[in-house]
Design a protein around this ligand. Sequence first.
Ligand SMILES: *[C@@H]1O[C@H](CO)[C@@H](O)[C@H](O)[C@H]1NC(C)=O
Ligand SMILES: *[C@@H]1O[C@H](CO)[C@@H](O)[C@H](O)[C@H]1NC(C)=O
Ligand SMILES: *[C@@H]1O[C@H](CO)[C@@H](O)[C@H](O)[C@H]1NC(C)=O
Length: 363
Amino acid sequence: MGFFKESYEDGYQFNKSNFNTSTVAVLVIACNRPSISRCLNKLLKYRKSKEQFPIIVSQDCIHERTSQVIKSFGSEITHIHQPDQKEIKVPSKEKKFNGYFKIARHYKWALNQVFNTYNYGTAVIVEDDLDVAPDFFEYFKATLPILQKDRTLWCVSAWNDNGKFALIDRNDPKLLYRTDFFPGLGWMLTRELWIELHKKWPNSYWDDWMRHPDQRKGRSCIRPELSRSKTFGKIGVSNGLFYDKHLKFIYLNEVPVDFTKFNLTYLLKNEYDNNFVGHVYKAPQVNYNELKTKAIKHNDPVRITYYTKNNLKSLTKLFGLMDDFKSGVPRTAYKGIISFTYENRRVYLAPSNDWKGYDPTWQ
Ligand SMILES: *[C@@H]1O[C@H](CO)[C@@H](O)[C@H](O)[C@H]1NC(C)=O
Ligand SMILES: *[C@@H]1O[C@H](CO)[C@@H](O)[C@H](O)[C@H]1NC(C)=O
Ligand SMILES: *[C@@H]1O[C@H](CO)[C@@H](O)[C@H](O)[C@H]1NC(C)=O
């Protein structure tokens, strides 16, 4: 796979600019799906301020029907077109992944538009097949100061990869986490990060590229317990099987949380590493059978320790968690810890105390 190959050095210059640090552009990535109306309708329904959350729809592809749908939203949004429609030279063994090359090219152009031509300081990226939750905007508004303050964070995502009904605590919709796994699917980044990434943006597979240590550089994202985004699209570049088996079961939060009223400083690295990680390792250690046979006589959180990759793989399968790794990081993990619920109890899969960091050979 060619995704580590850096794209052309294009000498692109960044405008020096003054931007309003509390304005967040919502960049909607579009191409040829007229069903984007569903995504835009929800965004407009829940957006309270057009000034604070300007929506830019960036369209790749020449697709008249989709263009018409986007245009029908009039001045509520800004509609821009990716101008370079040349076929991309794709290595022959990657021909069937052509779409991923187009997506990477589109992202690069669109993000340059948002941060340079339009001079926004922050953006939330949404793909055209995403439904958002009623508190989507509140969530990003409240987490933005944390993202701006904490250099060990590089994104805020609306998505919980393990956000299925049985794996979450729906009584705690305000619960947020740090994660070392870049989730994507409705995510916020700052102009500063884009200035860092745009120079080496890859030709394809941009999300796995982001997850590589060369890009991530040990940084984390914020993610919710209950997803604030959910994909409704089956038809796309990535295959429909994954949608049927997994994505369609993700629970989209319905009860709005007024996040801006809560103190979210617990997500700052120092506080979080003391409190959350401390809490996990204080939880009593149990094994899967004890849980399954209901042998535990309390309702408090518990911890299951894993030691090896196969250990973890089989545990994730038993619990119905995502079982893949990217650059050695399991989905949703923070310092190797995966948090979820099992029969209404909080469970942490956690590496042993002497954990040395992620092992990129775990895949
Ligand atoms: C920045 O944006 C916010 C939200 O739209 C607005 O309330 C504020 O007045 C703006 N600040 C400046 C200096 O324009
Ligand atoms: C720089 O910003 C100005 C004004 O916002 C814009 O017109 C221009 O296109 C920008 N330059 C680039 C290279 O995007
Ligand atoms: C937020 O919580 C932290 C402790 O986690 C505390 O130190 C800080 O004073 C709180 N801030 C506000 C505005 O209450």
